[in-house]
Design a protein around this ligand. Sequence first.
Ligand code: MRU
Length: 349
Amino acid sequence: MRLLDQTRLPQAQVWLTCRQVEDVAEAIRQMRVRGAPAIAVAAAFGVALAARQAAAKGATVAAVRAAAAAASQELAQTRPTAVQLFAVLAALRQVWEDPGVDSGQALAEHITRAAERLAKTDSQVNRKIGDWGAQLFDRPVRILTHCNTGALATVEYGTALGVIRSLHREGKLAGVWVDETRPFLQGARLTAFELLQENIPFHLITDSTAAVLMRAGQVDAVVVGADRIAVNGDTANKIGTYGLAVLCRYHGIPFYVAAPMATIDPSAANGQAIPIEERAAHEVTEVLGQPIAPAGTPVWHPAFDVTPADLITALITEHGVLARPNERRIRDWLALQDAAAAGAGEGDV
Ligand code: MRU
């Protein structure tokens, strides 16, 4: 399994070869692949890799099942916040527990096909999110975004960056303000890399510049992604997102969260139920391996924060735009999607 090593971007485009599920787990842990949907799809292929290796050694159905289960357990321990990882592992469990498979080889093939379907679905979902998001605006707008939510963070196209891509394609994008996103610099390293490649107009800013831009009337909307959305609409995303939402409320600027429906965790009643990953101190005390703080400096480094639902103007999903998310509206929306799966239409709520 080959992954573009995102820790090396933008300086070098290095492809990493994962030969064992342990390599995939390590790549996720080290954020060589990151972004909620990309983590989930990489994990799906990690399970497929383990199943195929077992099948290649002539393993029985039971042994391939055991290999898939062990791989899933290992991958579930990589990063705790993004819920899609856990949703995808649960979906694959249904596949490897299917009693109707008669050989280890056939089971490994089923798991691989399921991983491929998950990847394809992510790409389709992103395009729909992009298009729903673009129809929110009827004139060229200046969007501020945080972290990286583009092709690198997903399978293709992106979520918040998908909205930006669709706006650009439709001639409704005046420019993008890209937060550098301390300390991992996903904005500076990855979003800037993607936007330059696509010739989408943008400026890179330090995270603390957002407020003065808003005060100067230079931001029409903030669009960010999400790692997990509680059923009341509280949203976990990259650290710094909550601050942007507070700034938007003060300045009267709409704040949108663009994310697949699979980001909604029905088992999380509110933001307090979302586990927030804390990462190693050296990510804060070093920049590109160079120390920037005295040795021994104590650090607190949560990788995500939670934006309360009442600061969110709308969720932009593959099924449409859900304005003013709260528990009742999200539960109705989830029920509507279940009905839609049985034949009803899509649209705004
Ligand atoms: O720590 P990361 O880089 O995995 O965090 C990524 C984010 O917070 C993204 O905004 C989120 O995963 C959505 S990606 C489409």
